[in-house]
Ligand binder design. Sequence first.
Ligand SMILES: NC(=O)c1ccc[n+]([C@@H]2O[C@H](COP(=O)([O-])OP(=O)(O)OC[C@H]3O[C@@H](n4cnc5c(N)ncnc54)[C@H](OP(=O)(O)O)[C@@H]3O)[C@@H](O)[C@H]2O)c1
Length: 206
Amino acid sequence: MNIAIIGAGNVGQALAASFKRAGHDVTLAARDADKVAASAAEVGVAAAPSSRAAAEAADIIVLAVPAAALEALTTELAGAVDRKVVVDVTNRMNPDHAGRSNAEDLQGRLGAATVVKAFNTAFTSRQAKPALDGVAADGYVAADDETAKQRVLALVESVGFRPVDAGPLAASRMLEGMAWLNISRNAEGGTWQCAWVILEPGAKAA
Ligand SMILES: NC(=O)c1ccc[n+]([C@@H]2O[C@H](COP(=O)([O-])OP(=O)(O)OC[C@H]3O[C@@H](n4cnc5c(N)ncnc54)[C@H](OP(=O)(O)O)[C@@H]3O)[C@@H](O)[C@H]2O)c1
């Protein structure tokens, strides 16, 4: 897959490394071209001169930026992501979001793109290395468009998560809540290594 990751911080780098290892073409972008070039060089992927340029050249665009940056970023990307898959990895820092998720708000802003929620429930430790102690972390994917969801489930599986269809985009409310719970647990002296797994009868170590 030809993937642009916008946001070259902790998440951008971790996902870039995993996507590259899985054989995908990866380009990183953010606002500061020098920082992007350094981040991209560290993980051995391409760097784009701007977020818009990266989005225009990719089939799948992963948004790995703070939620507060989404408004400005969607303005910058207007038209460049139409009819493309936009993967929202953002989280919120409180448990109350008035019944809406970042992903649904993003879909409202990017009407002609297909927004898919994925990777947000995993810390960067697991985004870089999805299995822990021989067990694959769950990679939840929520979307309204079935074709886009299947493509992102395949992407999630390709890097080593157990792909889990989490339902429609509105299920992002739960996925963002799950991330919040994991973050708040780890903020109190945790290892930042743990990840969500739905334990099922017959489950085996990976
Ligand atoms: N850290 C985790 O374990 C984790 C796990 C799951 C999900 N998340 C979510 O993933 C997102 C990124 O987290 P992070 O830890 O990677 O944050 P981070 O290390 O602070 O990186 C954020 C990146 O976004 C870029 N950025 C900010 N505003 C931008 C804009 N308008 N256009 C383009 N790029 C912009 C920043 O670069 P410039 O400022 O140079 O542009 C930076 O490269 C957040 O929404 C977070 O909630 C984090």
